[in-house]
Design a protein around this ligand. Structure first.
Ligand code: SAH
Ligand code: SF4
Ligand code: F3S
Length: 441
């Protein structure tokens, strides 16, 4: 009864958390299996960011529940943001055995020890102001052996009015920089060649404020970059209000800090940004973009955009499209606004843009971004990039793919190349989503 299968939904932080959970369980003698059919316990690490993310998981839970007609011993556990948000309703309404929030993963072995004793569903969802799982070295799941995530902080206290994360992840706290650096060193020694430092707002990373060994985010990046020039460093996510000139200067200094910034805009309208509690104006956002372009040569820039937030009108929507054109994003994640229970927006504003209109605006945003991505990719034709090889193409076993520093995916012939190698690739063709090229010496 000790075979565990972990399924992960949601953001990169959840991927990293699943590896922490795997590590905790392995240490207690549980076996991780990569086949649901071999599992005695299924843990689903979940996301609450939009309603459809939750609906997907609810559907999955009922599929797993019906599996129990044949395998009565199967236990189902829900971890992550839905566990925190929905609490014991997951036990009462959805028949799950275990509910564990993002700061309680160390309790899982203890909770599992009660399973099978007829005590019903078990729950642990207390949020912590200090837990960072600092010393736990993750047990990799579905890893390519080349790229890895390292959580550097947890929680968020920005309280963007639409967002559930501050409620599901709790107070912001930074992880000891020494454990971050040693995790990156160990990954490099194991053959990994790229680490992505993760947090909801990495620019507010701060260890030991006011002390002699204070480390801010720019300093942390430089410490990780100095481990080895062959280790690439990325990070996500930056809040536009907090990204600093010091960070941009550090990015420009180290060749192995990737020239790519994900800077979520959300809306191009000052009125909507204010209602969203984003704490910057469109003008201030554009100033940051200009600083990036001035400081870092050829920096890739991507963003997140929400269509149809409360009271958004066609003028606001037009301002979003304008700013997208002005910045010329290389890529973007684009979403329809989804009201989340108990958030500031749910309490204060009416979700008054119809679903049909949200979809229409979203399609306009997506179409524009497709055009911008295509333009950006066309500019790369003829250029040569250093690419870190990450895997085989899904479409052809004869092709490999990797990314350049700017985070663009490039496909090229396999030849006798291996994952984890750096190659120079000259781009000769593109779509809006992918670059195609050939390796050159
Ligand atoms: N901490 C990160 C991102 C968190 S969630 C940041 O601040 O950038 C990722 C993205 O999901 C957000 O940037 C936002 O665009 C989107 N999102 C968050 N809440 C949402 C909601 N209620 N409806 C639609 N999209 C949402
Ligand atoms: Fe949510 Fe805003 Fe925090 Fe990002 S910064 S996680 S959008 S509250
Ligand atoms: Fe989703 Fe929680 Fe991440 S809500 S986006 S899994 S922090």
């Amino acid at each position: 009864m000790r075979n565990i299968y972990i399924e992960t939904y949601g953001c990169q932080m959840n991927m990293a958390d699943s590896e922490i959970v795997a590590s905790i369980l392995k240490q207690e003698g549980y076996d991780l299996v990569d086949d649901l059919n071999k599992a005695d316990i299924v843990l689903i690490n979940t996301c609450s960011i939009r309603e459809n993310a939750e609906q997907r998981v609810i559907k999955r839970i009922s599929e797993l529940d019906s599996l129990r007609k044949k395998r009565q011993w199967l236990k189902i556990g829900v971890l992550g943001c839905m566990a925190e948000r929905m609490q014991d309703s997951l036990i009462k309404t959805h028949n799950v055995d275990l509910v564990v929030g993002p700061d309680s993963y160390r309790d899982i072995p203890w909770l599992l020890s009660f399973q099978g004793e007829g005590c019903g569903g078990l729950i642990s969802t207390e949020l912590s102001e200090t837990e960072t799982y600092s010393e736990i070295y993750p047990e990799k799941i579905n890893s390519n052996g080349v790229t890895a995530f390292i959580p550097i902080m947890r929680g968020c206290e920005n309280f963007c009015s639409y967002c559930v994360v501050p409620y599901t992840r709790g107070r912001e706290r930074s992880r000891d920089f020494k454990t971050i650096v040693s995790e990156a060193e160990k990954l490099f020694a194991q053959g990994y060649r790229e680490v992505t430092l993760l947090g909801q707002n990495v620019n507010s990373y701060l260890w030991n404020q006011g002390e002699k060994d204070e480390v801010n985010f720019a300093k942390l990046i430089s410490l990780v970059a100095e481990i080895n020039p062959l280790l690439r460093v990325r990070f996500s996510t930056s809040h536009p209000k907090d990204i600093s000139q010091e960070l941009l200067d550090t990015m420009a200094t180290y060749d192995n800090v990737c020239k790519f910034i994900h800077l979520p805009l959300q809306s191009g309208s000052d009125r909507i940004l204010h209602l969203m509690n984003r704490k910057y104006t469109a003008g201030e956002y554009l100033d940051k973009i200009n600083k990036i372009k001035e400081t870092i040569k050829d920096c890739g820039i991507s963003t997140d955009i929400i269509s149809g937030f409360c009271t958004e009108n066609l003028e606001d929507h037009g301002l979003t499209l304008n700013i997208m054109r002005q910045v010329g994003y290389d890529s973007a994640f684009m979403f329809k606004y989804s009201e989340r229970p108990n958030t500031l927006a749910a309490k204060k504003y009416e979700d008054d843009v119809s679903d049909e209109e949200k979809t229409r605006r979203l399609e306009e945003i997506i179409n524009l971004q497709r055009e911008l991505s295509f333009q950006s990719n066309k500019k790369d034709i003829g250029k040569t990039f250093e690419v870190l090889i990450e895997g085989e193409s899904k479409r052809s076993t004869e092709k490999l793919f990797g990314r350049n520093s700017q985070n663009k995916v490039i496909l090229f012939d396999k030849k006798d190349l291996r994952l984890g190698q750096y190659v120079n690739v000259k781009v000769n063709d593109c779509t809006s989503a992918t670059l195609f090229g050939e390796t050159v010496s």
